[in-house]
Design a protein around this ligand. Structure first.
Ligand SMILES: Cc1ncc(COP(=O)(O)O)c(C=O)c1O
Length: 448
């Protein structure tokens, strides 16, 4: 103990940046020039010095109702004062049921049951486990293969990275799950560049599923999982007709279809779920992020009646699914979720996203002649701008864009390698869409 300071010797100085190993961040670069956030309100973040940063990305695709909405803040405060925690195994609190009912009502078809998790990664692992267990309890235990897609992102659990298709997220982590196969990615710049909405080219790529199923035999295939719109690898909208074909092939072969809507859920594409936009009902939907507008961690899986029903048998006192998390349906998350859904409904934020899609697309597609722009894709309230990589240093231009946006342009954007992404809170005004596109333009010129 240092008597003068009262600190243990070696205790970190206040605000020491060393201890926190930041996720999906180049830690050394960040810690040289940190991008610190102290507070937020509506469309803006504020640095500790009070500088306003317009949020082009709803935090991390999650704060769909904007930041620090009074209704959500109050719901969390009230809940914390009333019930901090109750176990979700063998006990429950009423708001868990209320929220599950509200989410099921938003989902299409008979996606009527909700299994709560704390994140998108857990939602994906949960859906994959339900798929395997579903076939098992129906006497089809050989159906063990899971099929994902190249360029898919399904979080960071072992299940998610196994079905995911991002090389860097997979290559250092061993053999992953057995028996997984992958559909080809749906993006081809030579056929789809500067596309607004769903590309015309590419529906035939769904037929690859027939080939994969034929290779392994349908009797060994449990489920297919895709993001309706691949978000994390740079916003790849599904080609027109593609998801319908996947659904038809899965139906033909008794394979479950899982949509990972962690990003596309809760209004991002102008509907509660992308499943509704495309008129395709999967057997399960993974959700997270927007369910609480990012205010408290929560995720979950929506499950169709027939799949759920298959588990509801055997003696009443026996657990039907040996799976769950200590914090499934946490009271604070449920309170935040109910308040977020109220806001989405009251302010018609999903409809608002739908109505703004066209002007949002115009604003971002107008950047196409700027230096290094290779492609721009817009859909819903999402835009991705591919920039040419700097020779020999892929990702460097993107990282510079991130830094310039934050430190010079007063904007938080998202980068994946050299792709810049905008996906703002659904409360964004038309003037703010203009501001975002303008700032994107400045950033692109600055990193030319
Ligand atoms: C489609 C998709 N699935 C899963 C996840 C993982 O969610 P989480 O980071 O909450 O585990 C994400 C996160 O961005 C995602 O985009």
């Amino acid at each position: 103990m240092d008597a003068a300071s009262g600190l243990h010797s070696g205790a970190p100085a206040p605000n020491d940046l060393e201890a926190f190993w930041m996720p999906f961040t180049p830690n050394r670069a960040f810690k040289k020039t940190p991008r610190m956030i102290a507070r937020a309100k509506d469309m803006h973040y504020y640095t500790p010095e009070g500088r306003a940063i317009i949020d082009a990305v709803a935090g991390l695709w999650c704060c769909n109702a904007g930041h620090q909405r009074d209704e959500i803040v109050k719901a969390i405060q009230d809940q914390a004062a009333e019930l901090d925690y109750s176990p979700p195994f063998q006990f429950a609190h009423p708001r868990a049921f209320q929220l599950a009912t509200r989410i099921a009502a938003l989902a299409p078809g008979d996606l009527d049951h909700v299994f709560f998790t704390n994140s998108g990664s857990e939602a994906v692992d949960t859906a994959l486990k339900i798929a395997l267990a579903y076939h098992n309890i129906r006497g089809n235990g050989a159906r063990q293969r899971l099929i994902g897609r190249e360029r898919g992102y399904h979080g960071v659990g072992f299940g998610g990275i196994s079905v995911g298709g991002i090389v860097s997220n997979r290559k250092l982590f061993g053999g992953l799950l057995n028996g997984v196969d992958h559909l080809p990615a749906t993006y081809d710049r030579s056929k789809q560049a500067f596309c607004r909405g769903e590309p015309d080219w590419g529906a035939h790529l769904a037929d690859e599923l027939e080939r994969i199923i034929a290779l392994h035999d349908a009797s060994t295939v449990a489920a297919v999982i895709v993001e309706p719109m691949a978000g994390s690898t740079g916003v790849l909208a599904p080609p027109k007709g593609y998801l319908e074909r996947l659904r038809a092939i899965c139906d033909k072969h008794g394979v479950l279809l899982i949509f990972d809507e962690v990003i596309s859920g809760f209004g991002r594409l102008g509907f509660a779920f992308a499943a509704e936009r495309y008129g395709v009902t999967p057997d399960m939907i993974c959700f997270a992020k927007g369910v609480t507008s990012g205010a408290v961690p929560m995720g979950g899986v929506l499950v169709r009646e027939g799949v759920h029903e298959a588990f509801m048998r055997g003696p009443d006192h026996v657990i039907e699914l040996f799976h769950g998390y200590t914090y499934s349906a946490h009271p604070l998350a449920c309170a935040a979720g109910l308040a977020a859904l109220d806001l989405y409904e009251r302010e018609d934020l999903f409809g608002r996203a739908r109505r703004m899609e066209s002007m949002f697309g115009d604003a971002f597609q107008a950047l196409r002649d700027l230096p290094n722009v290779l492609d721009i894709r817009t859909i819903g309230l999402v835009a991705a701008v591919d920039l040419a990589p700097i020779d020999g240093s892929p990702g460097l231009r993107g990282y510079r864009a991130l830094e310039h946006a934050f430190h010079e342009a007063g904007m938080m954007l998202r980068v994946t390698a050299d792709t810049l992404v905008a996906t703002p809170p659904l409360i964004v005004s038309e003037a703010q869409v203009g501001e975002l596109a303008d700032k994107f333009g400045k950033v692109i010129r600055a990193v030319a």
